[in-house]
Write a protein that binds this ligand. Structure first.
Ligand SMILES: [Zn+2]
Ligand SMILES: [Zn+2]
Length: 346
């Protein structure tokens, strides 16, 4: 066992605090990764605070991991010592079900193994990326191409793939009109990626405060949703809407912004149920959908796509002692646009 420094939540209400955790000995197909950077995702906060159901404490969260391979197991074939690598929201899956065979490990019928808060194959709880190192089976390790800095790459492992996958699935590209609800960690990545795919991109944000950023990151249009006129002006004008907001919104109002056959995809996950009026869908054959991260092959495709186009996340690097402050700032939407922890400070 390898003992590494980490930051853990010990209850739903205590601040995260320094601790040490054990990583398993390297199995034949395992990769030991020295973590360099770890992104802070809103899911980390939900989990640390037991907001998505009871969490087993202590827990080390973090599933936007970027680092360098320190050691590999004897049968590892895909990675060598010194490789730049990443780990996202999953560290394993059954690999045998229909979905896993299709490369949709995130929808594993037997449940993918989450990077934190899950039970690993050896029966031990998984602990995530707010740590100095992690051991992961090679099939769930991603290669980070040289074209992206490791700190800016970390958030791609969750925020990046969470938005890339639905954009690809619903064919965002030249000639398609994509709207992004929310200009946060997920939203800013959706803007960059949709723009890079060639779509016409509109941001729908509460206010115009981040308008300049939105336009700089690739949006063609930017509208405030606090302005009632936005909803009349833009009625029926989008092929795809990506909702990145994890709070309750008036879905009916947004669905009416879709053109015929348009789809609104939820990637944000609010605690409470959302309601939809059937007549927001029926008169224009609209769809309301959800999407969760992406498969391993698709995540690699996303990293390669980003590297070729020089796309990384907009980040603010912080030392570990600032994690609790960062959580408060995420909740106050006071981040442009992703906090990334410098793992040398754990
Ligand atoms: Zn996440
Ligand atoms: Zn499976």
């Amino acid at each position: 066992m390898l003992t590494v420094k980490a930051y853990a939540a010990t209850s739903a209400t205590e601040p995260l605090a320094p601790t040490t955790i054990e990583r398993r000995d390297l199995g034949p197909h395992d990769v030991l990764i020295d973590i360099r950077y770890s992104g802070i995702c809103h899911s980390d906060i939900h989990t640390a605070r037991s907001e998505w159901g009871p969490t087993t404490y202590p827990i080390v969260v973090g599933h936007e991991i970027a680092g360098v391979v320190r050691e590999v197991g004897p049968e590892v074939s895909k990675f060598s010592v010194g490789d730049r690598v990443g780990v996202g929201c999953m560290v394993d899956s059954c690999r045998e079900c229909d979905n896993c065979r299709k490369g949709l490990e995130q929808y594993c019928l037997n449940g993918n193994i989450g990077t934190y808060g899950a039970v690993d194959r050896d029966g031990r709880p998984t602990q995530g990326g707010y740590a100095q190192a992690i051991v992961v089976t090679e099939d769930f390790v991603l290669r980070i191409p040289d074209g992206i800095e490791l700190d800016a790459a970390a958030p791609l492992l969750c925020a990046g793939i969470t938005t890339y996958s639905p954009l690809r699935h619903w064919n965002a590209g030249p000639g398609t009109r994509v709207a992004v609800i929310g200009m946060g960690g997920l939203g800013h990545m959706a803007v960059k990626l949709a723009h890079a795919m060639g779509a016409e991109v509109t941001v729908l944000s509460q206010s115009l405060k981040k308008r300049e950023d939105g336009l700089r990151l690739g949006a063609d249009h930017y509208h405030a949703t606090s302005d009632e006129e936005t909803f009349t002006k833009l009625a029926g004008s989008f092929d795809l809407i990506i909702n990145t907001v994890s709070a309750k919104i008036d879905l009916d109002a947004y669905l009416r912004l879709l053109a015929v056959d348009g789809t609104l995809v939820n990637v944000g996950a609010p605690e409470d149920p959302l309601s939809v009026h059937a007549f927001s869908l029926i008169p224009a054959r609209r769809s309301f959908a959800g999407s969760m991260i992406g498969g391993i092959a698709e995540t690699q495709e996303m990293l390669d796509f980003c590297a070729e186009r020089g796309i990384g996340a907009e980040i603010e690097v912080i030392p570990a002692e600032k994690i609790n402050d960062a959580y408060e700032r995420v909740l106050a939407s006071d981040v442009r646009y992703r906090f990334v922890i410098d793992a040398s400070t754990f």
